[in-house]
Design a protein around this ligand. Sequence first.
Ligand code: ARG
Length: 589
Amino acid sequence: MEKLIDLISQQVSAAFEAAGYDGALGRVIVSQRPDLCEYQCNGAMPGAKQYHQAPMVIAEAVTEKLRENTAFLSVEAVKPGFINLRLSPEALSDYVNQMAETEKFGLQGEPTPKTVVIDYGGANVAKPLHVGHIRPAIIGEAVKRIERYMGNRVIGDVHLGDWGLQMGLIIEGIRDRNPDLPYFDPAFDGEYPAEPPFTISELEGIYPAASARSKEDPAFSARAHAATLKLQQGDPGYMAIWRHVMNVSVADLKKNYENLNVEFDLWKGESDAEPYISDMVQYLKDGGYAVESQGALVVEVQEPEDKKEVPPCIILKSDGATLYATTDLATLVQREQDYHPDKVLYVVDKRQALHFEQVFRTAKKSKIVPPETELQFLGFGTMNGKDGKPFKTRDGGVMRLEYLISEITDTVKARILENNIITGDAVDEIAGVIAVAALKYGDLSNLATKDYAFDMDRFSAFEGNTGPYILYTIVRVKSILSKYAGQQGGFPADLRILPPENRIEKELMLQLSRFADNLQLAYRDTQPNVLCAYIYDLAGALNRFYHETRVLTEPDAEKQKGYIALITLGKRVLETCIDLLGFSAPEKM
Ligand code: ARG
């Protein structure tokens, strides 16, 4: 379906032409004075310059042509030359009825669907998932769902950090605890044990201890670096430890992401790039792209027009070790071979912007990716505490994601119990669903690139611009619908939205009609916050409607059916949007 605003623009453009002016002047916008009109056209102002006429003359000539148009309830020329438009109630209800019957509410998706790889999540194996990893998971998941809904072929990859120094630190940490394990015996040629030499909680203790020690103990740090290199070169004992770490850790990560309603298509990591590295290095050397600099292998990426210094991208260190950029480049080689993507989108902390600038430039310069492939970096800001500093636990430690989720779940649970609608076992389950909404909406309603303050009380409130408020609106509609179905013994087949009879009803239909506009905008700008702002407005309109309208006691059965059809569409659009944002609504709350 065409967007309502485009249909209106077409009518107004035709009127400009009929009055002898350029049709392009007929573009309309949503009214900035909703008290006066619903849409407005400002084309008479630029038209005045073009035709050397007073804007009011043009506005009046165009208005004259639109008067007969049944799509409008009123058309007015207003000084200095605005054209104010009100839609006819019938035209509006026709439009929303058509939305209700059309797949995806009539959304026109991507005209030429693209293959898009989204690199998000980015958890580091063997390190606890902490609040720093909540944003890439939440934002990436929403972006992925929006891309997919628009019709693209989307592959979401968690791209685990599983190949860097933390692995060497863990290997040396384990060696110190238990030097007699066969993994450390170069002469060992039997089968390594199938059982890991640690549990997940032990593993989570090993990494921080080893990391802290490496900062004070240079000899330990040197061992960890050497172990990392040896692992990357495929040492069998170290590889066996690595596999244990992966098995234990990935199972735990999957559980954590699942709790957040985050699903990846690919569970690849930096280690998966390893098989591509040596050929890639050779290719970079042969093509003259990579040069030696102080023993290291680098690609120069500074460009003459750069205002700041962009340091060379380091491919290999002087000891031959690979780096973060090496695995990211080799991963691009792999993604190109596997998917030939039109776009690779990285949802990563904005403090890594320079790293990605170097990687993107290297990939383009060396033709690792074709020139037409879009490489996009969506750098997000930090989640701070209310004090404006990076979010910490009460005692100042790194906040683990699990704790954060359980804290917000407890806060939500207290509110549910206050409301006294739900009791028993359902409380915990529903609190979990609402907590995810609170957390995700609290995050996604901000522009991703900005820092924001995590505010437990505000995010979990059932009123205001919050996730729970959106859910509450849906739950209220569900309850009205089920009461109606109870009264009527089901839903009649011929539910149709009737022309709006008052401003509140009309406003709800206007909001509904803007679904595609907002979704396309959120998609075009990679900004899920646009969708949050939209559902906040839509939920507000829906709330006002069912507060002002006696849906269940309406004596006129036809009118009542119209109301039911209208709130049903409202609920469906809201549910679709929250699904795109990555959360869902309970039955009651
Ligand atoms: N593991 C990284 C970190 O915690 C994020 C990975 C982002 N993705 C990438 N392709 N580099 O910082």
